[in-house]
Design a protein around this ligand. Structure first.
Ligand code: HEC
Ligand code: HEC
Length: 161
């Protein structure tokens, strides 16, 4: 066998191994539903689209930029998107579509959206209750969605085994 042939064989085996490796990696990534990478990518596409549609109004109050804001009225529009992404989606471990019809963000058609408004009220009440516990020494004892949800739609009632 001449050297050139050997070289070609080695190169093809190498390419095959890389191909099989990346393919099996792809499968293992998707074994448990959509990987967090593809969830992040999907959210980023929506966020970029919305940011483009509000150019110049990023710092205005959300209720003057969006059409169906009942709770987060004074939050600057750009911050609302951060709350949606980091505060809501990540703490429940879901995409935007869990609470939204993604072709009509203002719509209330998904129950999870209205539930989230009630959850915001509830969280505010719990924050007040915590700040009334005088014996707590921590100066900023507080809670948010993550405190309970921890990346899951239904908060745990018992420790994982
Ligand atoms: C857990 C539920 C939940 C998730 C997940 C969520 N949202 Fe929201 N979203 C809401 C709620 C509730 C409101 C209304 C807030 C209010 O009434 O103050 C809202 C409002 C909005 C609005 C304003 C719509 C309008 O015109 O009034 C936009 C835009 C938006 N969300 C984008 C997103 C994007 C982008 C994502 C994903 C990164 C996302 N949301 C994820 C619950 C959610
Ligand atoms: C004190 C704990 C606690 C906090 C804080 C909390 N939640 Fe919840 N949340 C729950 C519980 C408990 C349920 C009911 C789960 C079940 O049994 O279905 C729930 C349910 C939900 C649901 C419905 C789940 C579904 O099926 O879609 C949404 C949406 C939700 N929460 C959003 C939020 C958001 C957004 C925040 C922050 C503003 C928040 N929650 C803060 C405890 C909490």
């Amino acid at each position: 066998m001449n050297t050139l042939k050997k070289f070609y064989i080695i190169v093809s085996v190498f390419i095959l191994v890389v191909f099989i490796y990346s393919f099996s990696f792809h499968i293992s990534q998707n074994a448990n539903g959509p990987s967090s990478d593809s969830l992040e990518a999907a959210k980023q596409i929506y966020i970029d689209q919305i940011k483009e549609s509000i150019v110049g109004k990023e710092n205005l109050a959300s209720d003057s930029v969006f059409s169906n804001i009942q709770m987060l009225k004074d939050v600057p529009a750009e911050n609302l998107l951060n709350i949606m992404n980091k505060g809501f989606s990540n703490s429940l471990g879901v995409g935007c579509d869990h609470c939204h019809n993604t072709s009509d963000w203002a719509s209330n058609e998904k129950n999870a959206k209205q539930i989230s408004r009630e959850m915001m009220k509830m969280s505010g009440q719990i924050r007040d209750m915590i700040s009334n516990i005088k014996e707590i020494e921590s100066e900023k004892a507080t809670i948010n969605c993550t405190t309970c949800h921890r990346g899951e739609i239904v908060p745990a009632l018992k420790m994982k085994d």
